[in-house]
Design a protein around this ligand. Sequence first.
Ligand SMILES: Nc1ncnc2c1ncn2[C@@H]1O[C@H](COP(=O)(O)OP(=O)(O)OP(=O)(O)O)[C@@H](O)[C@H]1O
Ligand SMILES: [Mg+2]
Length: 355
Amino acid sequence: MVSIRTEDLTKVFGEVVAVDHVNLEIKHGEFFTLLGPSGCGKTTFLRCIAGLELPEEGRIFFDDQDVTEVPPHLRNTGMVFQNYALWPHMSVFDNIAYGLKIRKVPKNEIEKRVKEVLKLVKLEGLENRTPHQLSGGQQQRVALARALVINPKVLLFDEPLSNLDAKLRVEMRAELKKLQRDLGITAIYVTHDQEEAMSISDRIAVMNRGKIMQVGTPKEIYKNPRNEFVARFIGQGTFLEGEVIGSEGNLLKVRLKTNDTEILATPSHPNLDISQGDEVLVMIRPESFTLEPKEGYNMFNVQVYHISFLGDSQMIQAVAWGEEFIIELDPDVEVKVGDKLRVYSSPWHTLALKL
Ligand SMILES: Nc1ncnc2c1ncn2[C@@H]1O[C@H](COP(=O)(O)OP(=O)(O)OP(=O)(O)O)[C@@H](O)[C@H]1O
Ligand SMILES: [Mg+2]
């Protein structure tokens, strides 16, 4: 188990700065996820950690050892790819054993290790099949077994579940996480799926255009986004532009652009320095709205235009002054398209971000 640290890690391809001065610290045994849109540099970052790309600038440390120039096979990382990258003509056994063979591990030791990992990923009895005789989920397990068999210090996952159907993906998530925790291996996981990231990670780094936007636990990232990119990328919300015109205690008084209404809001992150005159983006998460009647601030009269019934809740899409509202309501509330609702969002759940 190792901790991993990058200092100003930078990787450039021609005009594109794929990874732009990234400083991250990943702890021993942590399940750490890089989350961001397509092309933001996730795979490139992972390949730098594995030693498959040489950075233009910056350093990479495994514990206190500088591994920036250490070749991949000496870094002891196991990598699992989106497309599994299995050898189609080789048996499951040979696919898994490959990494040990090239490391010149004795034959009986190879047999033993492969058996162990087959058991670990629940593929016992399938060692003589070839990949095309396996389901997608089983192929994914072979790829995982192949990464695990070398006893890696670090596991690197590049969107390993994205080729599986939705149900299997959710099952495999839990399994992956449990296996990683049981083995105590430090893991870096890459995905563009925010729900997957939230469900599996100890901490998440949100990435955009090669840069880290925010690092935190899933809860922190969701509840206290530092900037507009993170706020919009993670989860759903209602977004309203406004200007800070004063304060009331710890709360900011914001005048909304769309209709000059004044509302009260809280800075979305404790480190944000927002003051009078600042342009802000107000964000309200769907579950922060309630139907309880209140007097005064933060009441919104909206008209419903779409309802998604989700079983344990219903997601209401509505408009007010041409602005889009997303409101989560109890499944028992009687509501239909065209209804007018008066909703409230408490000032402590009405978050202001600097624009
Ligand atoms: N070998 C390469 N040569 C040139 N440009 C590259 C190369 N590899 C990546 N890039 C560019 O670097 C940027 C980051 O790519 P990267 O594959 O790391 O993104 P990503 O976040 O993994 O995206 P995705 O979610 O689509 O897999 C992109 O603009 C991409 O086009
Ligand atoms: Mg990628």
